[in-house]
Ligand binder design. Sequence first.
Ligand code: UDX
Length: 423
Amino acid sequence: MRISVIGGGYVGLVSAVCFAQLGHTVELIEIDIDRASSISQGSPQIYEKSLEALLSKHLEKSFHVSTAYDAIPDTDISFICVGTPEGDNGDPDLSIVQSACQSLGRSLRDKDSYHVVVVKSTVPPGATEGLVVPTVLKHSQRAGDETGFCMNPEFLREGRAVEDFMHPDRIIIGSNDSRAGDRAESAYRGIEAPIIRTGIKSAEMIKYASNAFLATKISFANEMGNLCKRLDIDVYEVMKGVGMDHRISPHFLNAGAGFGGSCFPKDLSALIALAQSLGEEPLILRSVQNVNERQPARILELLQKKIVRLEGKRIAVLGLAFKNDTDDIRESRSIPVIMKLKEKGANIAAYDPKATGSMRKLIPDIEYCSTAADALRGADACLVMTEWPEFSLLDEEFDLMKNRVIIEGRNILSCQDKEGICW
Ligand code: UDX
């Protein structure tokens, strides 16, 4: 099958490369010239396990990248994978989707055979039928039955996106006509996973509901953790016991500094905005958000119980990425912690195995260290914000500190004299 993918970010690039790996011919359209040029030279510009290897395997063979939409008419199906950043009032900003649809529509004008357009970008229920379908049809000037439309949400975790694409729990294909749905389904031929066919709006909602539920599990674990800490109970022991009930499952019950990243906070805000626009009060979703916003402050409360005046104190912050195995700092829980420490006049020595460059762009005026040991040397306290496996090996490095005040927001350290945010 000939597939075009619009957007060379996390979702687009990973999907495009994986479709090539499944044996399809893939045209990736990325309008950012720098990003497209970097991809065409075999560099994905994002840190994602096995992505670079797969990219160089298929580049200029079954995978091509371009900044123009010229290749679209020669493909059978187009996947829209552009960003939907948070806009005003929590609503997602769909302007990039809209302009991709305009260009896609124009490129289809001279195509005289059936084409399928699949939305993979996370869009609110109703957006595919209310925005994508009319925009593509208007700009293509084609009859309605010459173009089919589907919504196919992605569930890719950063850092494990290739693995998640190739071995998903399920593939959701929302469509209103079976011809379009069948074509979208055949793009995934070779992947062993249940394929669930739904309506378009259901597919859109499945994505939001899945992320909101996972975020709810995390905030629930954090609330239990905050309680457990007061009662001197190990929340990790508790959640191990709770998660063994197959109705609950052990995943996403790790208490800590809360969730960050490009999806959970944004999708939660979007769902809250959607509920409000419908006159529904999203009680659970709001609480999930509130618990998450309070967790970073709890780290600082713990720190200030041990060091009242932070002014002039050297505080080592280990971990800047929103989670391990990525260089992404979007909505990282380390950001509010660093901002608060700065406000209180502390001298911050930060270290992350991958995300130092990204954080330096956002917060340039703190010290960035090239090893955890450098950050810990002479520190009055240390805060661990990301569950990088290398932090579990830290041992003698803590002896370099001026004071052994070690507080972790993720349950990763092996030293005995640490204090956990909620354990
Ligand atoms: C998420 C979803 O998992 C994925 O399906 C979706 O399509 C995109 O968003 P991602 O943001 O890459 O993926 O990261 P994920 O591994 O889900 O973790 C999100 C955040 O939750 C991280 O900050 C992580 O540290 C935190 N988390 C996760 C917890 O605090 N506790 C947990 O038990 C699990």
